[in-house]
Design a protein around this ligand. Structure first.
Ligand SMILES: Cc1ncc(COP(=O)(O)O)c(C=O)c1O
Length: 391
C-alpha cells in the first residue's frame, strides 16, 4: 500500500543505527517513549530495568546532568529539578511531614525563607529562624520533632560562611539532618556532603550553568535518605526540561574554568574596594579581616566565591549614584554569570524585610552586591574605576 504523506509524517522515527559516538550530547525532547511490551513498561516504571517511559519521571538529559553532579559532589544520588526552588521544595516534601519542625538560617535567600517559613507553616510544618553562625543557638533551636537544619554555604548578601562539619554534628546529635544550599559556592569550592551534610541544593540557574539562559536546580544526597525523592519529584511535578538540562550540561563543561577565574577576579575586586575612600566596608570571605576567613580557608578549595558585597559611604542616594555611574555593570538581581553584574539587596532580594530586620542582618541602603564575572581582571577593575570617583 502506498503511504500517504499524512501517514508518513506523524509516525515516530527510529534513531538510525550509529557505530560511532556523537561528541555532543543529543537532546531528547521526547515527552514519552514507546515500549516493546507490558512487562518492559512495568519493569522500567518500577525502576527494575533502566530505560525511559515518561519524561516527567526520567529523561536522558536529566540523567546525564545528574550523573555529573553526583561526581562533582561525591554524592550517591542526585535529581535535577525545574529550578533551585523546586530542588528545595523536593527536599522538604520528600523528608518532612505535617507536625515536623525546621531550623532555618536567618540569612537564607528570600524565596527560600518564604517557602520554609510561610508556605511550610500553611502545611503544618513549623520553623524557627536562627543565626546558624552561632552553633549554641542552633543546637538550642533543635527540638525532638526537628527534621532539617537548613543553611547556605555562603549566605547572601553578607557572605557569612556556614561551618558545615560543626552544623552537621550539631544536627546529627539531636536526630536532625543538615541541608546545605551550595549555590554561592558551587562544587568547585565546596562539597558539603563530604563535610557531613545530608542534602545539598544547587540553583543550577546560577554559576553551575553560568550563561543566564537556564532555570534549573539539583538536589543531592545519600542513598539512605533518597527513597521518596524520585516519587516526589515526579508526583509534585518538580521535574526538569531536557533542553535546560542539555544547556546546563554544556555550561558545566567550563564550570571549573569560570569559577576559578571569577574567584580570582573577586579577590582582586575585594582588595581594590577595601582600599577605596568611597567604600565604608567590604564583605568577602577571602579577605583576612572577614569574620569567617579562617573557616573559609579550611573549608573551601579553589577560591572564596565570585560574590563581593560592599557598603558605600552614605545612604540610598550613594547606591543610586553608583548604579547610575556603573553603566557598564548590568544591574540584574541574579548572580554567577560570565558577565560581572551588580545588585542592590535593599531594593531587590531583601526588599520584603523591614528596615530594622535589614539593619540586624547588616544590610544597609548603600550596600551593593557584585557578582564578579570571568572577564579579565583589568576589565573588571576598570568597570569599578569608572563607577567610583578616583581615590
Ligand atoms: C542562594 C540561592 N538559592 C536558591 C535560589 C533559587 O534558585 P532558582 O532561581 O533557580 O529557583 C537562589 C536564587 O536566586 C539563590 O540565590
Amino acid at each position: 500500500m502506498t503511504k500517504r504523506p499524512d501517514d508518513i509524517c506523524p509516525r515516530p522515527e527510529r534513531l538510525p543505527p550509529q557505530p560511532t559516538w556523537p561528541m555532543a550530547m543529543p537532546i531528547y525532547p521526547s515527552s514519552v517513549w514507546s515500549c516493546d511490551s507490558t512487562t518492559q513498561a512495568e519493569e522500567i516504571l518500577e525502576g527494575q530495568e533502566t530505560g525511559y517511559v515518561y519524561q516527567r519521571d526520567r529523561h536522558p538529559n536529566a540523567d546525564v546532568f545528574a550523573e555529573k553532579c553526583c561526581e562533582l559532589h561525591h554524592a550517591a544520588q542526585a535529581v535535577v529539578t525545574s529550578s533551585g526552588m523546586a530542588a528545595m521544595a523536593t527536599a522538604i516534601v520528600s523528608q518532612v511531614s505535617q507536625g515536623d519542625h525546621l531550623v532555618v538560617s536567618n540569612q537564607l535567600y528570600g524565596r527560600s525563607l518564604q517557602l520554609l517559613t510561610g508556605e511550610c507553616a500553611r502545611l503544618g510544618i513549623t520553623s524557627d529562624l536562627v543565626d546558624t553562625c552561632d552553633l549554641t543557638a542552633t543546637a538550642a533551636a533543635i527540638r525532638p520533632e526537628t527534621k532539617l537544619v537548613i543553611v547556605e554555604t555562603i549566605a547572601n548578601p553578607l557572605l557569612r560562611v556556614a561551618d558545615i562539619a560543626a552544623l552537621a554534628a550539631v544536627a546529627h546529635q539531636q536526630g536532625a539532618w543538615l541541608l546545605v544550599d551550595n549555590t554561592f559556592a558551587t562544587p568547585v569550592i565546596c562539597q558539603p556532603l563530604e563535610l557531613g551534610a545530608d542534602f545539598v541544593v544547587e540553583s543550577v540557574s546560577k554559576m553551575m550553568n553560568g550563561h543566564s539562559d537556564v532555570m534549573l536546580g539539583a538536589l543531592l544526597g545519600h542513598e539512605a535518605n533518597w527513597q521518596r525523592v524520585p516519587l516526589v519529584t515526579s508526583t509534585w511535578g518538580f521535574s526538569s526540561s531536557p533542553f535546560d538540562c542539555w544547556l546546563a550540561t554544556r555550561g558545566l563543561a567550563t564550570l571549573h574554568l569560570r569559577a576559578e577565574r571569577a574567584c580570582a577576579n573577586a579577590l582582586q575586586v575585594a582588595e581594590y574596594l577595601a582600599g577605596h575612600s568611597q567604600v565604608a566596608g567590604v564583605e568577602y570571605p577571602g579577605l583576612v579581616d572577614h569574620v569567617d576567613h579562617g573557616l573559609a580557608r579550611r573549608q573551601f578549595q579553589n577560591g572564596y566565591g565570585a560574590m563581593v558585597t560592599f557598603h558605600l559611604r552614605g545612604e540610598r542616594t550613594a547606591a543610586d549614584q553608583f548604579i547610575e555611574a556603573a553603566r557598564n555593570i548590568p544591574f540584574s538581581p541574579s548572580l554567577g554569570e560570565v558577565s560581572t553584574s551588580l545588585s542592590h539587596p535593599a531594593s531587590t532580594s531583601h526588599r520584603g524585610l523591614s528596615l530594622s530586620e535589614r539593619e540586624r542582618l547588616g544590610i544597609r541602603d548603600a550596600t551593593i552586591r557584585l557578582s564578579v564575572g570571568t572577564e579579565s581582571e583589568e576589565f573588571v577593575l576598570n568597570l569599578l574605576r569608572e563607577a567610583l570617583a578616583p581615590t
